[in-house]
Design a binder for this molecule. Structure first.
Ligand code: ADP
Length: 328
């Protein structure tokens, strides 16, 4: 059986982008066809300005939402990264095969480092080494596939490079994983700035739909989405990013294809209205289940405790094997 690993960062409230780009497939497809692990990667949240108490709360909230989105702890492993020491143990070894040049080339590093500097802050070393820890997250489990949105493609590519390099230098130790992306909505864009990704770490804004937004809020955000000049509903991500983003979201919700949907609509207004309703319906069961789970925080804690114990058992042989391969 294939091994699948993926994760979310508790840097903010989870968004429609996280759900359509990753979480929905984890629950509907991946957990049923593979031996899969889904992780709240809290150590990654420490790479940028953070309030420790908030990271803890957001980690619990993210785990609750993963379960609300349909991850079933009977068939997959749900856990928090910092509960399993093997990630940090392996990350150090991988830092010894990675180079600073390849880290500095990472697009997310460049974007986040410059945002941090613009805010007058300093750039943490961990922001630079973040992709190495991510590689450790993936390689520790002998992962075959990493289902992610396409913003993570470059990091998974780096993970592959590090695995191959380590194997060549020290002998076969790691499975070389590959990224998988959804066919539609692999990159959901901000509704107000459709040329940038809908990212949860951005400030709360009208361009981001959060999974826990009330239906009225979802409707308002989508109805006020920026559209492009021109009247026709056309699918063209370059020339018509706003309308194309709505078409992708609608197609992802309804299972269609954005080009075909473009032909169905004659006005931006009706496209927005249908997209808003489709998103409200998509989120309804997740929000309902989230409410139930919130009434039982001890259940979520128990799932995370069991998940960490299972994950530790799975990671230890690979990480011990990596130390042995080096001769330590
Ligand atoms: P964020 O950018 O929201 O902090 P994470 O790094 O926690 O995202 O990503 C969790 C998963 O959600 C990853 O697989 C990532 O590729 C996916 N994802 C995040 N934002 C989007 C988006 N706007 N569209 C599609 N997928 C996304």
């Amino acid at each position: 059986m294939k091994r699948v690993f993926s994760g979310v960062k508790p840097t903010g409230h989870l968004t429609l982008g996280n759900y359509l780009g990753a979480m929905r497939r984890w629950s509907t497809v991946d957990q049923h066809r593979a031996d899969s692990l889904f992780c709240v990667v809290d150590l990654h949240a420490l790479t940028v300005e953070h309030d420790p108490g908030r990271v803890r709360r957001l980690s619990h909230q993210a785990a609750t939402l993963l379960l609300a989105a349909g991850l079933d702890p009977q068939v997959c492993t749900v856990f928090v990264q910092s509960h399993v020491d093997e990630h940090a143990r392996l990350s150090y070894l991988l830092e010894c095969v990675a180079t600073d040049g390849e880290m500095r080339r990472m697009i997310q590093y460049k974007e986040k480092a410059s945002a941090e500097r613009d805010r007058g802050g300093s750039v943490r070393l961990s922001l630079l080494t973040y992709p190495v820890l991510m590689a450790a997250d993936i390689l520790a489990y002998g992962t075959d596939e990493v289902p992610v949105g396409d913003d993570q493609a470059q990091h998974v590519e780096l993970t592959r490079d590090l695995a191959v390099r380590f194997n060549q230098r020290y002998g076969h130790t790691f499975v070389v994983p590959r990224a998988t992306h959804p066919e539609v909505a692999a990159r959901v864009m901000n509704l107000q700035e459709p040329t940038s990704k809908m990212g949860k770490s951005d400030d709360v804004g009208p361009g981001i739909v959060y999974l826990l937004d009330e239906p009225a809020v979802v409707r308002k955000k989508i109805m006020r989405a920026v559209t492009d000049s021109g009247q026709d509903v056309e699918y063209d991500r370059e020339a018509r990013p706003g309308v194309s983003n709505l078409l992708e979201i609608l197609a992802a919700c309804e299972g269609g294809n954005p080009e075909a949907l473009a032909g169905v609509y004659e006005s931006y207004g009706s496209l927005k209205k249908d997209t808003a309703e489709a998103v409200v319906e998509l989120l309804r069961p997740v929000q309902q289940r989230h409410k139930e789970l919130c009434a039982d925080p001890a259940y979520v804690e128990g799932v995370l405790r069991d998940g960490a114990a299972r994950a530790r058992e799975m990671a230890r042989p690979t990480v011990d094997g990596a130390y042995r391969a080096i001769g330590l």
